[in-house]
Ligand binder design. Structure first.
Ligand SMILES: [Zn+2]
Length: 490
């Protein structure tokens, strides 16, 4: 029964409590989030207030109820406690860009993978409404065993839409719109189903995009997305865009020939050859992207940064996605050994797909390599110019393992000029702020949800220490790393 399993998660100092509880088999089942316990003598690492050594943290009914100094220990020892000496307590991490709908074989394994890697909140940035609503509802039913799931519903795309179920690489993640009127009905459906934010996609016409922004603003919903290929960054942001994913299409708007590029795109978007959405988009990227990054105009760049900063347009660059392909990180031995965490069949599929690349030399001059280096420089520039950032990965796209890849993203943000503390903010308080829950999630503070990670190293000294997980606490439930491992769906 549930209670015995959950009580067994606590350290040996409280074995008496376990025995007592096991004997009370006829008592009503108490969920873990109703448990009360202290974590004693721990170093709190709050993303805003920094490191606070020698603290006791009281967790009750899924919340942080009290924080005291270790010296006030008499109170602590009167109830169940977990020794936090030598450990660091950070807020549960967020991956601000995931897709539950991308792979049906991965989806059942994703929640356990997120938790096992300390990811206690995720933002699903595109999937069919029914499917992602179901994922969100299931997570709400089991708050101690799943991350908090925030959803956009489908990508709101124009015509032809890109993610249209045409191949395993392009599953159905979007809704196609061929007029501003269809934008109204499709967006209203998402609003009625209480999505947490909206995502504008690349094939929208300008009229469709503007209609979407008007509806979102009426409802007070934030919109993230890709800059539509029919527009430039400046007009898209001035219309009220709140977030950008992958810095998508920024380069085309800040190249010296950006006006000509836009004109060329509008003509290609007429689609005389009736290409599919994916083909049409790829052809435009191929035609303009690499040329644009060779021709960045410094004035346009600084104007773009200023506009993004002034309007607080959140950037989720998904650096791990690009770097993974540029360096084929997934082929490294350490990374291949991580595949064991995936469902067996899926691990075999991934292995079969990536192993043939072992025999192909990595070309540091290949477009993907040049582009991923450019992205890091752009992230550094925008960050230095006060544009806000969130950590997100696009998992499970690009052979990025749910949860594990978030830690890679944090390392890449640090490589791109973020301090360790700033990187930690991108995966805690920043996404909480985007979703309007910054007063209850994303910090180690009294009154906040007890979504926490106990680490063996201080991530303010080395961001890679976010990977040294001792335990994860979700909605008050305390999971040791070995329990998290045993929960993985294989
Ligand atoms: Zn995505």
């Amino acid at each position: 029964m549930i209670i015995s399993i959950q009580w067994l998660k606590i350290p040996s100092s409280v074995h008496i409590a376990i025995i007592c509880t096991l004997l009370l088999t006829c008592q009503p089942v108490m969920t873990s989030s109703e448990e009360t316990y202290w974590i004693t003598n721990v170093t709190i690492v709050d993303p805003i207030e920094g490191a606070q050594p020698s603290k006791n943290v009281l967790i009750k009914q899924g919340r942080i109820i009290e924080i005291t100094n270790y010296e006030e220990a008499d109170k602590v020892f009167s109830m169940r406690s977990i020794d936090g000496e030598g450990l660091y307590l950070i807020p549960g991490l967020w991956d601000a860009h995931v897709h539950y709908a991308f792979d049906d074989n991965m989806r059942p394994a994703m929640n356990a993978l997120f938790l096992a890697h300390g990811v206690t909140s995720v933002r699903d940035t595109g999937g069919p409404l029914g499917l992602v609503t179901e994922v969100r509802n299931r997570a709400l039913e089991q708050p101690t065993k799943a991350p908090n799931v925030y959803i956009a519903g489908p990508l709101i795309d124009g015509t032809p839409n890109v993610y249209n179920d045409s191949s395993p690489s392009y599953p159905l993640l979007s809704v196609e719109n061929n007029s501003p009127t269809s934008i109204q009905s499709n967006t209203q459906l998402l609003i009625d189903n209480q999505v947490d934010f909206l995502k504008a996609y690349e094939m929208l016409s300008e009229a469709q995009y503007l209609e979407l922004m008007r509806l979102a603003s009426e409802e007070g919903l934030l919109v993230t997305g890709h800059i539509p290929l029919s527009m430039d960054l400046f007009s898209a942001v001035e219309a009220g865009l709140n977030g950008m994913e992958h810095l998508r299409n920024i380069e085309m708007s800040i190249a010296t020939n950006s006006r000509e590029l836009l004109k060329e795109r509008l003509s290609i978007l007429e689609n005389p050859d009736s290409l599919s959405g994916a083909e049409l988009r790829s052809s435009l990227h191929a035609k303009q992207r690499m040329n644009a990054i060779q021709m960045i105009d410094s004035t346009l760049l600084s104007q773009a940064a200023e506009l993004l900063a002034q309007n607080s347009v959140w950037q989720t660059p998904t650096l791990a996605l690009y770097t993974n392909f540029a360096t084929r990180e997934f082929l490294q031995e350490g990374q291949m050994s991580q595949l064991i965490k995936l469902p067996t069949k899926l691990a075999e599929q991934w292995r079969a797909a990536i192993e043939p690349m072992l025999s192909i030399a990595i070309d540091s001059n290949a477009d993907i390599a040049v582009y991923s280096r450019w992205m890091k420089k752009m992230v550094q520039y925008l960050h230095t110019n006060n544009v806000p950032f969130m950590a997100g990965t696009d998992t499970p796209i690009g052979y990025l393992i749910p949860g594990q890849s978030l830690h890679k993203e944090l390392e890449l943000l640090v490589e791109s000029g973020f301090s360790n503390e700033q990187a930690l903010q991108t995966a805690t308080i920043n996404p909480a702020t985007f979703l309007g829950v910054e007063g209850e999630k994303g910090r180690v503070k009294v009154g906040y949800h007890a979504d926490l990670v106990l680490l063996k190293g201080n991530p303010l000294q080395n961001i890679s220490f976010t990977q040294q997980i001792h335990a994860v606490i979700k909605e008050g439930a305390f999971w040791s790393i070995s329990e998290l491992d045993s929960m993985l769906v294989r």
